[in-house]
Write a protein that binds this ligand. Structure first.
Ligand SMILES: [Zn+2]
Length: 267
């Protein structure tokens, strides 16, 4: 399949867990996740990693028939316990974006890590199972709000920590909260990343900035029918219409706060 013309869905997951293990609206219950994988398998999708997809977009290499990339943000332990065995049963791969400071045995971090994160041993096991490990910053800040030095540190530390542990290059990044700006994307490039994922809730294609690859959000409330439409790229603007207005509203709140701080003499 010609990589220059094909729109490809990149799905964004977080936890694969049920209540009471997680109350997050982004936590997809294991049974729903298994049903989604079965749906992809029945429709003949082939999973590829984000770096395989980005390389195909950059070099025009052939993509498999019906390509799709599955991504998992933050580095929750349930990826190792729950998602990976289900993916393996289908012969699927994925990309896991790890917040390095949140790794269970990473030591103290300024902002506390969520419960139940992958340990370094589990990160290595996930990688050994053929899943791509990408970076997701060190402490999960809003990167577009950081000054230059701290921004560079967040991007470089997470990349080098992962590369040291994995013993190989880590070319892929996902921006925490999906927030980036021209400055953040330049800093990501300067830190040595080859490509980066945003959110955007649109299909990815070769014409996009490879430092702003859009992803489609899968959440607890995503029904099977909606999932079916998403993976086929149908009605994507309609499915995410509410997200778009929320994102716009939030961007305005964040901008207003920044202006208020600037007026008050802060930075
Ligand atoms: Zn995140």
């Amino acid at each position: 399949m010609n990589a220059t013309r094909t729109p490809v869905p990149i799905l964004m997951y977080h936890e694969v867990a049920s209540r009471p293990d997680s109350a997050s609206p982004l936590a997809v219950p294991p049974a729903a996740f298994a049903a989604q994988l079965a749906c992809l398998q029945a429709a003949g999708f082939t999973t590829i990693t984000v770096s395989e997809l980005a390389a195909a977009f950059a070099g025009g290499a052939e993509l498999p028939e019906r390509p799709i990339a599955l991504t998992f943000d933050d580095g929750y332990a349930d990826f190792h316990q729950t998602a990976l065995p289900l993916l393996q049963r289908c012969g699927f791969t994925a990309t896991v974006f790890v917040t390095t400071g949140w790794v269970e045995d990473a030591g103290p971090v300024p902002n506390p890590r969520p419960a139940r994160m992958l340990s370094w041993r589990q990160v290595l096991e996930v990688s050994a199972a053929g899943v791509e490990i990408g970076a997701h910053s060190h402490t999960h800040p809003e990167l577009d709000r950081l000054g230059g030095a701290r921004l560079a540190r967040e991007l470089r530390d997470s990349k080098s920590l992962l590369e040291d542990r994995l013993g190989g290059p880590v070319p892929a990044l996902a921006y925490p909260f999906g927030y980036s700006s021209t400055r953040v994307r330049q800093a990501a490039r300067a830190a040595g990343y080859q490509h980066a994922c945003a959110v955007a809730n649109a299909m990815a294609d070769a014409g996009r900035d490879r430092f702003a690859l859009p992803r489609l959000t899968v959440r607890r409330s995503t029904r099977q029918r909606t999932f079916d439409q998403m993976m086929r790229g149908q009605h994507v603007p309609v499915i995410f219409a509410k997200d778009r207005s929320l994102t716009k509203g939030w961007a305005m709140v964040r901008r207003t706060r920044a202006v208020v701080r600037a007026v008050a003499g802060g930075s």
